[in-house]
Design a protein around this ligand. Structure first.
Ligand SMILES: Nc1ncnc2c1ncn2[C@@H]1O[C@H](COP(=O)(O)OP(=O)(O)OP(=O)(O)O)[C@@H](O)[C@H]1O
Ligand SMILES: [Mg+2]
Length: 315
């Protein structure tokens, strides 16, 4: 059965202009999200995962220069005026972050925040908005009597649930979740991931999950995108990826998971201000050749799988 695409990102290039030079954070990135799937973007810190995610809803600061096309339901949203775009942000594409208090108003009752988010988008009565807020509280498994609580009266895990309720107030088709459980302890992390999975299935929602935790990827992803230094190095179906990663960087990431106590990837992520002629992973790569130093790898497409490497890991 042909999968229906919700989001298509083509030739996304993002750079930040700063007083000491440009920072290239996204280098010709292409990926798409199928309706109802969870796509996880994984990679080490500083690889550009959050920047790519934020660019999708135009939440980057003004020093960002974004090129490329972003299609949502087949419609190019990168060309929309800000006023039209703001109708998509929050209503069709919502975002949650690692720190719930970055999205929650500390001096407003949590129920009212969910209701106001709904009312701002659907222009309905207060009564209807309150009903929707109560429904969302129930969906994120917070008791109705928490409607009148202030955020500081809640635990971190509960605040995370409130943020999810606010994000899902308008039943968005796409939820972008940027490290949503990184700051939580393992048990709460598991509960939040389970909740996201449940809501995804209930609403046939698409999730773009950003994480550097391979355990989360394994539990949540239908497909995976591996990012390194602003490049999407590999895109693969979850099972294929875990059985046989094709990019040497993906192999290294999986080695770390298999042996987290003793294995680290030698070297560090490059400075994104420095231009390199070849593959940015080359200095750390066990399969590197002379060609990798001078030629930028192009995407190799193998059906649904994409690898950006001159020296793909053999069978
Ligand atoms: N406003 C900005 N101006 C200049 N550079 C920026 C700006 N915002 C982000 N960057 C740079 O973009 C690069 C990618 O950052 P990003 O936050 O996307 O990484 P990440 O993969 O999400 O890392 P982490 O796993 O730590 O969250 C970093 O080198 C960062 O310093
Ligand atoms: Mg990040």
């Amino acid at each position: 059965m042909k999968k229906e695409k919700l989001l298509e990102v083509e030739q996304l290039n993002i750079k930040f202009t700063t007083s000491i030079g440009d920072v290239n954070v996204s280098d010709d990135i292409n990926f798409s999200l199928n309706k109802g799937e969870t796509f996880c973007i994984v990679g080490e810190s500083g690889c550009g995962k959050s920047v790519v995610a934020l660019s999708l809803t135009r939440l980057l600061p003004e020093n960002a220069i974004i090129k490329g096309s972003i299609k949502f339901e087949g419609f190019n949203i990168s060309e929309l005026e800000e006023k039209e775009f703001s109708e998509i942000r929050g209503r069709k594409i919502a975002t949650i972050f690692e720190q719930p208090m970055s999205c929650i108003n500390p001096v407003m009752r949590i129920g009212d925040q969910i209701a106001e988010t709904y009312r701002a988008n659907f222009n309905c009565s207060r009564k209807e908005a309150k009903q929707q807020a109560l429904k969302k509280l129930e969906e994120v498994k917070l008791p109705a009597n928490r409607y009148n609580s202030y955020p500081h009266e809640l635990s971190g895990g509960m605040q995370q649930r409130v943020m999810i309720a606010i994000a899902l107030a308008c039943n968005p088709q796409l939820l972008i979740a940027d490290e949503p459980t990184t700051s939580l302890d393992v048990t709460v992390q598991y509960q939040i991931l389970e909740l996201l999975q449940e809501l995804k299935e209930k609403y046939n929602m698409t999730i773009l999950m950003i994480t550097h935790d391979m355990g989360v990827v394994h539990d949540m992803a239908d497909r995976i995108g591996v990012m390194y230094a602003g490049n999407m190095m590999e895109i693969a179906d979850r099972d294929e990826f875990f059985q046989r990663p094709l990019h040497p960087y993906a192999v290294e990431l999986l080695n770390v998971v298999r042996d987290p106590c003793i294995y680290t990837i030698p070297g560090t992520v490059p400075n994104l201000m420095e231009w390199v002629p070849g593959c940015p992973f080359e200095p750390r790569c066990k399969r590197s050749t002379e060609a990798c130093k001078i030629n930028k790898p192009k995407n190799i497409v193998m059906g649904e799988r994409i690898v950006r490497c001159l020296n793909v890991v053999p069978n």
